[in-house]
Design a protein around this ligand. Structure first.
Ligand SMILES: O=c1[nH]c(=O)c2nc[nH]c2[nH]1
Length: 400
């Protein structure tokens, strides 16, 4: 058995070098159902799973004889890895190219020309750089929001050791698409996603999952929506889609799809709302639509920085009160210019307190308290990416 402390930087102290290990003398914030915190906690790990967690003294007494390695964390805080539920890894090279413009200009004039000219190598490098920045803020799992070269993303994720739900961005109609956009017909969108699923789902020792993507309703035919819904049910995987981002989107949906409110109302009408849908942003929703999202078990990814730049204030407090699972995302680099889930926690807390003043005419310092925000970045994130059996909290049976 080898013992060491975490402060000395010796290579023998690196995690993962032993098949059984004790980490002790840590402040453990479990994020389990009871929100347990161990002030002087310990955890016994066997291979890649937590076998036991509790007070340091108990863990040391019960498991020291079985541990290949014992690491003293010297009162450092041990948290579950953060889950970023909305990030465009292939936009990392576009940091700073689209500041201070509205969403439609941002998409049509800056982002889609950039994305549609990316080579496979660009996508690989972009995902690597984005992943490194995510890891730096404590992210261990992310939901890709959609790019073109998914196989290159998968290669980068495998190298980085992250977990990811990867999706291809699909658009089969609508304004603004550059001529060079790769996947354009409905059949291509469906076929290429099936191929990606066959090739990469459960790759990298199970760390990669393939989901299905709808970029946004203004660039999706009803057929693409319905076939994507059915395909996700058949393959038992998730769907990632930008939803109700700006008032213009809702107006286009009302005009073209003949419903009396926006995207969420229409998605309900075609039975697209289901518990494997990760609905990004979801800013412009009314009270009825919050009810529809809640009843269907749809997960919402709140991206505070991106929302403040281009979209507006989502009713996050109301969604949480309606029992919607809300998590946090950074969005892509040109929507944020930072890739830190810690920054998003900070912004989520402040923005949603500030929103109370104009949304409900009063102050509410308890809107999105610290523990709620931490849940959004951990266990809610894990539920949103349908991975909560394995990650999102520190509990016996979960993965490290
Ligand atoms: O913030 C956003 N980033 C995107 O890439 C995108 N695509 C559609 N809608 C979007 N919103």
């Amino acid at each position: 058995m080898e013992t060491n402390s975490s402060g000395g930087g010796s290579s023998s102290g690196s995690l993962g070098s032993s098949s059984t290990m004790i980490l002790h003398n840590a402040v453990i914030v479990t994020m389990d159902k009871e929100s347990r915190v161990f002030r002087n906690g310990g955890v016994f790990v066997v291979q890649d799973r937590i076998k036991a967690i509790g007070q340091s003294a108990d863990i040391l007494q019960q498991f020291s004889q079985m541990a290949d390695q014992i690491i003293d964390l010297q009162s450092q805080i041990l948290l579950p890895g953060f889950v970023n539920t909305h990030v465009h890894t292939s936009q990392q090279l576009a940091k700073g190219i689209a500041d201070d413009v509205d969403l439609m200009t941002w998409l049509h004039d800056r982002i889609w020309p950039y994305e549609s000219n990316m080579t496979e190598e660009d996508s690989y490098i972009s995902t690597l750089l984005c992943g490194i920045e995510l890891i730096h803020s404590g992210v261990t799992c992310f939901a890709e929001a959609g790019g073109q070269h998914v196989s290159e993303m998968a290669k980068a994720v495998e190298l980085l050791g992250l977990r990811a739900c990867l999706v291809q961005s699909t658009m089969d109609c609508g304004e603004g698409l550059p001529a060079s956009w790769a996947v354009r017909t409905t059949d291509d969108c469906i076929q290429s996603q099936k191929e990606l699923y066959a090739k990469h789902h459960h790759a990298a020792d199970g760390r990669i999952r393939i989901w299905f993507g709808i970029r946004q309703i203004m660039n999706a035919t009803d057929r693409l929506l319905l076939e994507t819904r059915d395909m996700a049910r058949e393959f038992k995987t998730g769907i990632h889609m930008h939803v109700a981002e700006i008032p213009y989107e809702n107006q286009v949906v009302m005009d073209t799809r003949k419903v009396d409110h926006g995207t969420v109302t229409f998605l309900d009408k075609i039975e697209f709302l289901q518990n494997n849908l990760l609905s990004a942003h979801t800013v412009w929703v009314n009270h009825t639509e919050i009810g529809l999202l809640s009843r269907a078990g749809v997960k919402v990814s709140h991206c505070p920085a991106s929302a403040m730049r281009m979209l507006g204030f989502a009713p996050i407090k109301e969604m949480l009160h309606a029992d919607i699972c809300v998590s946090l995302g950074t969005d892509g680099a040109p929507s944020n210019n930072r890739m830190s889930i810690v920054d998003e926690m900070y912004l989520a807390s402040l923005i949603n307190k500030g929103r109370e003043v104009f949304a409900n005419g009063t102050t509410d310092p308890a809107a999105l308290p610290a523990e709620t925000v931490l849940r959004m970045a951990t266990i809610n994130g894990a539920k949103s990416v349908l991975w909560d059996n394995d990650i999102g909290s520190l509990e016996a049976g979960k993965k490290v």
